[in-house]
Design a protein around this ligand. Sequence first.
Ligand code: ZN
Ligand code: ZN
Length: 156
Amino acid sequence: MILTRRFLLVAAAATAASAAIPIETKAAAGKIFRPRKLAWVVGTPGEYNFELIRAATPEEAIKLWMAEQCEGFAEPGEPCDCMACTHELVSYRMAAFDQIRNPSPGDWIRAGMGAHCDRCGYECDPEMGARAIADTAVCESCLTPEENAKDLEGAL
Ligand SMILES: [Zn+2]
Ligand SMILES: [Zn+2]
């Protein structure tokens, strides 16, 4: 999965909104309601290596992603030359996935991310005309004329 500019704009707005909540309010809410682990998307900007990670903080999400992707992760202080160690990693909240146990390619497209087209296997994203058809991701060139004609839910 890959980030899109549209997703980044929405994520930035959500981050700004949560930062505006006073700390005391957050702390009080934490006492009453302890949420399960939050959903994050972690990966390298510009690459189709984004994964859904459930963690308490963005830092923990990145650590968990590293543990999955980097074979040398168990050796502290010894970064290897793998993709995970040599490229910038980012972590974004994905509130849309908090309630979805195993997001489908269609869910990723609906959330504004790129995915692999379920019909041709090529990379696609909503900004290139990809759409979510039920649980599948479908790139613009694989959409049937009928699907193209409809104003489908999930088209961004
Ligand atoms: Zn590594
Ligand atoms: Zn396709």
